[in-house]
Design a protein around this ligand. Sequence first.
Ligand code: SF4
Length: 368
Amino acid sequence: MLRRAPFVDIVLGPQTYHRLPEMVARAHRAGSKSAGVLDTDFPVESKFDHLPDRRTETGVSAFLSIQEGCDKFCTFCVVPYTRGAEFSRPVEQVLAEAEQLVAGGVREITLLGQNVNAYHGAANGGEIRLSELVRRLATTDGLARIRYTTSHPRDVDDDLIAAHGEVPALMPYLHLPVQSGSDTILDAMNRGHDARRYLDTVARLRDARPDLALSSDFIVGFPGESDDDFEATLDLVREVGYAQAYSFKFSARPGTPAAGLPRQVPAEVKDERLARLQALLEEHQSAFNTACVGQGVEVLFEQPGRHAGQLVGRSPYNQAVHVSAEELQVGDIADVVIEACKTHSLEGRLEQQSAGDIGTNIEERLSA
Ligand code: SF4
């Protein structure tokens, strides 16, 4: 990169951004004669030991990195090469950072990781998994909501499923990427599970938490994807009924195994498949949002709206909700009755309603 683009001063990797001030100083000292500063190592010391105190951050919702890297080597993905092997932060460090965030006013934490549910953080001479971390985090005073992303279907274990049923603070919304509904393509992607196993996992999660809303990622036009393979993806979407999803055309990443596979799918076929898939996903998202109209949801208010007295928050299902709420402020959680749904958000009014009724209402409405 430095050779091809001499105007670039610094190239750094995701594991070394805590050294950025030092790199800027080095580049500055060397001036225009510099060949560029390069620091793409995976250092022994963790960057997490060098990140600033988070007590002064603003906002009611925050991300907290608990895991990085990936050992799964899906054939289309660069992450294992760019981010390195899977690494989990020790539990005490995660809990301490969560305390800082909550002390600064955060009420919702989203645990982050490339493979977040592969988490196995050190604790008291042993290790704990994501499910146990969520349970411990849920005891933090003032923390109302916990989410995690991005998870892998292979790492959804029994205890994580149980945690979804047991921990009220764990929000009933899960991003669980499947990529394809075809066993042939899942195998070619090296995803390590088939469509049936994914659907079983979804069914078990919904048994534990009946109002769970799901989101996913999809890739269409993976090399070798036939019409039948693509239809299998549409079938899986119909069976799961996603509240939200991200979908992309396969695009070869240099250096990954899939980039060199034969039977690449023509661009116009990818276009057509993506349009069909997105139309179906939008239909499902719209059905999910419409099912919320007339129902009660708990909303965590995150910021003022565009109109006077209006606040914008998130439902448990991660939907943006606009409410006229002069008597409330950012950081409050209130029961809201949804009155209308727009393309990307909902509108509601405040109501006094017990939170316990809420999930049941949505669940009944969706199953109807
Ligand atoms: Fe890992 Fe996810 Fe990339 Fe697969 S898609 S290699 S699980 S980061």
